[in-house]
Every structure is written in structure tokens, then in C-alpha cells.
Design a protein around this ligand. Sequence first.
Ligand SMILES: C[S@@+](CC[C@H](N)C(=O)[O-])C[C@H]1O[C@@H](n2cnc3c(N)ncnc32)[C@H](O)[C@@H]1O
Length: 235
Amino acid sequence: MAESKSPYSGGPLKTFGRRGGRPLSGRQRVLMDEVLPKLRVPIAEGSTLDPRTLFEEASEIWLEIGFGGGEHVSGQAEANPSVGILASEVFFEGIAKLLGQVADSKLENVRIWPEDAREMVDGLAENSIDRAFILFPDPWPKARHQKRRIIQPDFLDALASVMKPGARVRFATDVRSYADEALERFLAHPAYTWAARSAGDWRIAPPDHIETRYQMKRLGDIEPVYYDFTVSHQS
Ligand SMILES: C[S@@+](CC[C@H](N)C(=O)[O-])C[C@H]1O[C@@H](n2cnc3c(N)ncnc32)[C@H](O)[C@@H]1O
């Protein structure tokens, strides 16, 4: 399993803080112990997963990275029942929340990777994903922590390789320095083309966007931006 390296220190690059928070409720513990193993994306170290084997009838396969409380994943899964969604989060409470939504809404098109999303991306077959969402990722606003942001050149390489040609990636943030940095990195990468044609395309929430819990906290220093990119594989 490849581990992303800090471009500065050469050591492991941590993109998240803690994994545990408040103790889980009884129901959440049951969901984690009994339901998560059934919904876990079955990637084993050193192996490659073709996600179509999980969703044989799916029209498309989507990915969400750092889903937080899971409301975007469950909302999209409900609105798009023909799509299979692979969703990754490391925060236990968030994973338990999504499991609760999956159970309550009887969603059959969600699988969860409860570990570092970069390990999941590294374990997926090339050209297997139609759409990816990275919504309000940890902003790491302090300058000395910004190297922990998930949008790094090596991650963009790995993500591009699992996306199909013509696939779409949505990145959203409400932190100006992250918006600028991410846009620069996506545009510097030959696989990503910014789909925006006018300011309205990135300043206004796209019609299919579902507001997230973190977004609603309005912790950032700008109004949210939504950058949609199209992936191509010719360099
Ligand atoms: C700021 S929160 C936003 C959550 C959600 N997307 C939203 O908008 O409400 C970022 C989330 O990404 C998760 N995260 C950070 N790095 C990650 C990684 N490498 N793999 C999976 N999840 C990660 C964190 O645990 C955190 O819950």
C-alpha cells in the first residue's frame, strides 16, 4: 500500500487529525461491529479491486473522499439509485452516522472504506471511476500545516489514474488559500481540465450539490467555491 509522503519532510503525510471523538451510541457500535464489515470496500493490501464487481448493475461508480457526517453520500445515493458509491472517512463518528443513514434509508448502493482514502484510491483498478467528490476537505489553515492538505501532486496522479477518461472530479472549499492552492495544483496537472465557463459555474452551488454538515458551519473565510474538473489521460 503506497503511503503519500510529505513533499517537505519525506515522512508520512497526515491529512486528518483524530479518528475518535465522543463515545459511539449503542446503536452506532452495533452498526460499526455488524454492518460495517458487510459494507466495507474489500481492498486487501497489495491487491487491486475492480469496483464493478461490487455494483454489477451500476450505471456509474462514484467516489467520495472524507465524507464527514455522510449526508452528501447518502443524499446522492438516494437521488441516484443506479450509481454505486465508494465512500471513505476515517472519523469513527462520521462512519457510524453514514451507516445509520444507509440502514434507515435502506440504501444498497453505498460501500465504505473506513481508512485513509489514499489507500482506497491506490487499491482501485485504473479507469474504473466516473465521478469523485472531495468536499470541504480538512483546510489546515495554518501555514505550517498546509502540507497536510490532501490535494498534493502525488494524490492527483493517483486519483487521475483510477478515473475514466471524461470522468468528473468536484472539489469544494470555503477557505481562500486552499481554493487557490487546489485550483493551481489541478490546473498544473495534465489530466485535469477545469470545466467552468463562467464565474457562476464555480461560485454558485451546482444544481446537484447537497449541502454538507461542515459547509453549514461556515468556518471558512470565503463563500464556498465548487471546482468541477474533467479528467483526460493524454498528457
Ligand atoms: C472538514 S471535514 C469535511 C467533511 C465533509 N466532506 C463535509 O463537508 O461535511 C473533512 C473530513 O475528511 C476526513 N479526512 C481527512 N483526510 C482523510 C483521508 N486521507 N481519508 C479519508 N478521510 C479523510 C476527516 O476525517 C474529516 O471528517
